[in-house]
Design a binder for this molecule. Structure first.
Ligand code: UT7
Length: 323
């Protein structure tokens, strides 16, 4: 059975650190409130002129180096982002050009904070169907550009960054012992589209707009939807929560991660947490967290890793991967 195996991982964070105390200089907030309600202590902010494409290219280069291959070996780029450099073309094509890759296909996927799980699922399906041999799956965001910096209910939550993985087609046995993507599940429910959205766009206002969110509503749905999609994905593979070595969640809020893990019966020690230093980087948060846990030696070859996310739309999903 053909499987899409993760052969390399990399990430990139802009140099500028914005702490909670920095934020308290210009909005009515405090380090204490932000840490207690979200677990966030600091986030990174892209420099002037540093775009989503720049972040994505840096993460992609690190992932290619980790896999020990050049961009010429890649025949698919799927880039998850809600903060593209331009309305079109897809930022993935700019990444393709920067990497010097002239064959294959490159496109963006837009599922906000669920973007990386969506992109991984799409790339996995294409690799398994024979449509690609090696794919770069990237999550990259510059959310600092769509924040209303006078709105304390949203501007304290988000940050910029990028992460990428290299997928490679390999033959597996067709069992859950195989390396690679074992199962993915995607969901959306557009009835909730006004609970987390950006109030601008090319066809509506001809502006970029700012992020707006009903935080409490998002929180409530996130805990329920994430726990349920984690269960569905494990069931698809015939596995249970006890089989999971690591949960790598979308990093939105430590309280969401704690409640979900509790609801799902997974100890906190198995949950990779980076929201304290990255904030919510939307589609970049899962590959950023994965990279941290791989580089510090927690996630090892053969480990069972469950990724999950929920975001605007609402969209939500999970992916189960044997590392
Ligand atoms: O990536 C997926 C999308 N995002 C999420 O998953 C986020 C989901 N939501 C959340 O994480 C939480 O709902 C928030 C962190 C956004 C807010 O936490 P909360 O416990 O739901 O707080 P709240 O909105 O009920 O606000 C409580 C109080 C309010 O004051 P009053 O009305 O009680 O006087 C807010 O005005 O906290 C106030 N508040 C703040 N105070 C200081 C809101 N933001 C801030 C702030 N600093 N930054």
């Amino acid at each position: 059975m053909r499987r899409a195996v993760i052969q390399g991982i990399g990430s990139y964070l802009p140099a500028k650190v914005l702490t909670n105390n920095d934020l308290a200089q210009f909005v009515d907030t405090s380090d204490e409130w932000i840490v207690e309600r979200t677990g966030i202590r600091e986030r990174r902010i892209a420099a002037d002129g540093e775009t989503t494409c720049h972040l994505a290219v840096a993460a992609a280069r690190a992932a290619l180096a980790d896999a020990g291959i050049g961009a010429d070996a890649i025949d698919l780029i799927v880039l998850a982002t809600s903060t593209p450099d331009n309305t079109f073309p897809a930022t993935a094509t700019s990444v393709q050009a920067e990497l010097g890759m002239t064959r294959g296909a490159a496109f963006d996927v837009q599922a906000v904070c669920s973007g990386f799980v969506y992109a991984l699922s799409v790339a996995d399906a294409m690799v398994r169907a024979g449509g690609a041999e090696r794919a770069l799956v990237i999550g990259a965001e510059t959310f600092s550009r769509i924040l209303d910096w006078s709105d304390r209910t949203t501007c304290v939550l988000f940050g910029d960054g990028a992460g990428a993985v290299v997928l490679e087609a390999q033959e597996g046995q067709g069992s859950v012992a195989d390396r690679g993507v074992l199962a993915t599940r995607l969901h959306s429910d557009g009835r909730h589209k006004d609970k987390l959205y950006v109030d601008g766009g090319p066809s509506s206002t001809q502006t970029v707009g700012h992020l707006r969110m009903e935080g409490k509503e998002v929180f409530k749905h996130a805990v329920i939807n994430i726990a349920s999609v984690m269960g569905e994905t494990l069931a698809d593979a015939g596995l249970t929560a006890e089989d999971v070595d690591w949960v790598v969640p979308h990093q939105a809020n430590k309280r969401i991660l704690d409640s979900t893990a509790k609801r799902f019966g997974i100890p906190e020690s198995k949950v990779v947490l980076t929201v304290d230093v990255h904030g919510n980087t939307s589609a970049a948060s899962i590959p950023l967290a994965l990279d941290v846990a791989v580089k510090d030696g927690r996630i090892r070859r053969g480990d069972l890793v469950l990724m999950e996310a929920m975001g605007g739309g609402f969209t939500w999903g999970a992916a189960l991967v044997r590392w």
